[in-house]
Design a protein around this ligand. Structure first.
Ligand SMILES: [Zn+2]
Length: 299
């Protein structure tokens, strides 16, 4: 593996050190290149390692990584949070924000804090607000209100184009790889949207609502109470979408920053909730496209 090559590790660290020096001297355009290189090197190595990791037990993998992280001196907060999360997985639950709080890393020296940063960095004296927050996923921050509304308007049209002309038999065709049929993907989009719809209603009725964590992906293959055809599921999804868009258009801009307490992610604003949902939908378009292509090959 290339990461066993000492040059790989040395270059990664040199790039990070170079980026810090460049930022200190105000050369931000150069620093961004060094930071992008570090991210790309790390992700490329991980991309190759993912297949091997998939064969190992997840809980055991977390345990081994936690031990390695302890040995490398990152402190006990992170391994402890990883273990609490692993215990939740063992109980078939999603870990809550109290079990796995948000991590923050000092941009200057790398000191890691689990949960809100309340004091200056003990190693380098950096101020709490300068630490880097690690969001549970990029969807929360991906889209501003204007871009999110535009995406919410566009995605159903893209889904409609991908499903155009397909008979119900194709929608329900089992892809044979253990994955979802087209119908399940459409149901999943509708289910996820129902969660957004419900949460927007909670925000409309309460100042700081509690947002329960939902394992939405587990509902996609449940058929109870579903409309008989995929076309009807899709039509229902589109009409609810129109209602959501009308509600968001009427929402004063400052309201987008109001927060609720999300069991899984902690404080989450309307803006983050809408960004999350709109970005999440986009990740299902390649899935629909590939199922459609597979049907074309089978014909
Ligand atoms: Zn520091």
């Amino acid at each position: 593996m290339e990461t066993h090559n000492p040059e790989w590790t040395a270059t990664l660290i040199r790039l990070l050190a170079l980026a810090s020096r460049l930022e200190d001297e105000g050369h931000y355009n150069l620093a961004k290149l060094a930071r992008a290189a570090v991210d790309a090197l790390g992700r490329r190595a991980a991309y190759k390692a993912v297949a091997a990791a998939e064969t190992r037990d997840l809980a055991e993998e977390i345990e081994q990584v936690s031990e390695a992280v302890s040995r490398l001196g990152l402190g006990e907060q992170l391994p402890a949070a990883l273990r609490r999360g692993a215990n939740a997985l063992a109980e078939s639950r999603i870990p809550s924000i109290s079990e796995t709080p948000h991590p923050y890393v000092c941009r200057t020296c790398g000191h890691l804090v689990i949960g809100p940063v309340e004091a200056k960095c003990p190693t380098c004296g950096a101020w709490p607000d300068t630490f880097q927050w690690f969001a549970p996923n990029y969807w929360l921050e991906a889209l501003d209100p204007v871009a999110a509304q535009e995406t919410l308007r566009r995605t159903p049209l893209q889904v409609a184009a991908l499903l155009d002309g397909l008979p119900e038999g194709s929608m329900t065709r089992d892809p044979g790889d253990g994955g979802w049929a087209l119908r399940n993907v459409v149901q999943h989009l509708r289910d996820a949207q129902e969660v957004l719809h419900y949460r927007l209603e909670l925000f409309a009725g309460e100042e700081h609502p509690l947002l329960a964590s939902k394992a939405v992906w587990t509902w996609a293959t449940q058929e109870e109470g579903r409309p008989p055809t995929t076309r009807e599921v899709f039509d229902d999804y589109r009409s609810t979408r129109a209602g959501i868009l009308a509600r968001l258009e009427a929402l004063p801009i400052a309201e987008w920053w109001r927060t609720g307490f999300h069991e899984e992610f902690g404080e989450v604003s309307i803006k983050q909730q809408v960004s999350y949902f709109a970005s999440h939908e986009l990740t299902h378009l390649p899935q629909i496209e590939s199922l459609r292509n597979q049907l074309a090959v089978e014909e």
